[in-house]
Design a protein around this ligand. Structure first.
Ligand code: NAP
Length: 247
C-alpha cells in the first residue's frame, strides 16, 4: 500500500477521523498537509506526531467553507509541491435538531462546510489532477447520508449530497483514471459523537450489528486503501465502515 512520493491533503485533520487519516497516510510514506479550521495547536501536534515517526507533514489553517481561503490553500499547495496526489475531504460539522427547531443558519452552516466545502476543494484538485493525469479523491460521507437520521436533516442532506457529488465527479474524471470514492462511517468514537446524549449512544449501539462504535483508525485504514494503488480499479463507490449498521 506504499504511498512514498505522494502528496496528500486531508481536510479537518486536527482531530478525530481526519487526524487518524493523516497519520495513516503519512505512515505509508505520503507527505501530508494537515488542514484545520480553528485548532492550530492540535493540528501542529498531529504534524509533530507524524514527524516523530519519521514522516513528512505540515499544517495549514483554512475553512473549507470559505471559497477564497480554499483557493489560496490549493494554490499554495500546488506552488510548493507541484502536484496533489490524494485529496481527502474529511472536514465536517453537525448542528443537530429536529426540523421544527432547526434554524436556517444551522442548515446552511452544515451544508456550507460538509457539501460546499467538498466542491471548493475538488474544483481545484480536479484541474491539477487532470493536468497530472493522476490522482485520487476520497470524500467522507456518513451512514446518516445513506439511511437518514432523525435530528439530522441538515447533516444527512449534506452527506447524501456528498455521495451524489462523488459518483458524478467519478464519472467526469474516469477517462483519466482519476478515482473518486466515498467512505460512509457509522458511529465512530470522536468528539463529534462525544457530544451525543447517553440515550442516543445506547440507541445507536443497538442498531449496530457489531454492538460497538468504531475507532477513527478503522475509518483511516479504509481511506488509506481507497487512496492507494491497491484500489486502482475502484471508482464511484461508497465504502461503509459501520460495523454492519447500513447493510
Ligand atoms: P470531529 O472530531 O468533530 O473533527 C472535525 C474536524 O473537522 C476537525 O479537525 C475540525 O477542525 C474540522 N473542521 C470543521 N469545520 C471545518 C472547516 N470549516 N474547515 C476545515 N476544517 C473544519 O469530527 P469527526 O468525528 O472526526 O468527523 C470527521 C468526518 O467524518 C466528518 O466529515 C464527519 O461528518 C464524518 N463522520 C463522522 C462520524 C462519527 O461518528 N464521528 C460518522 C460518520 C461520518 P478544527 O479542529 O480546527 O475545528
Amino acid at each position: 500500500m506504499g504511498l512514498e512520493g505522494k502528496t496528500a491533503l486531508v481536510t479537518g485533520a486536527s482531530r478525530g477521523i481526519g487526524r487518524a487519516i493523516a497519520i495513516t497516510l503519512a505512515a505509508q510514506g505520503a507527505a501530508v498537509i494537515v488542514n484545520y479550521n480553528g485548532s492550530k495547536e492540535a493540528a501542529d501536534e498531529v504534524v509533530s506526531e507524524i514527524q516523530a515517526a519519521g514522516g513528512t507533514a505540515v499544517s495549514y489553517g483554512c475553512s473549507v467553507a470559505d471559497p477564497e481561503a480554499v483557493e489560496s490553500m490549493m494554490k499554495d499547495i500546488f506552488s510548493q509541491y507541484k502536484r496533489l496526489d490524494i485529496l481527502v475531504n474529511n472536514a465536517g460539522i453537525t448542528r443537530d435538531n429536529l426540523i421544527l427547531k432547526m434554524k436556517e443558519e444551522d442548515f446552511d452552516a452544515v451544508l456550507n462546510t460538509n457539501l460546499k466545502g467538498v466542491f471548493h476543494t475538488c474544483r481545484f484538485a480536479a484541474r491539477q489532477m487532470l493536468k497530472q493525469k493522476a490522482g485520487c479523491i476520497v470524500n467522507i460521507s456518513s451512514i446518516s447520508g445513506v439511511m437518514g437520521n432523525a435530528g439530522q436533516t441538515n447533516y444527512a442532506a449534506s452527506k447524501a449530497g456528498v455521495i451524489g457529488f462523488t459518483k458524478s465527479l467519478a464519472r467526469e474524471l474516469a477517462s483519466r483514471e482519476i478515482r473518486v470514492n466515498a467512505v460512509a462511517p457509522g458511529f465512530i468514537e470522536t468528539e463529534m459523537t462525544d457530544k451525543l446524549p447517553s440515550a442516543a449512544v445506547e440507541a445507536g449501539k443497538s442498531q449496530i450489528p457489531f454492538g460497538r462504535f468504531g475507532k477513527a483508525e478503522e475509518v483511516a485504514k479504509a481511506v488509506c486503501f481507497l487512496a492507494s494503488e491497491d484500489a486502482s480499479y475502484i471508482t464511484g463507490q461508497v465504502l461503509h465502515v459501520d460495523g454492519g449498521m447500513g447493510m
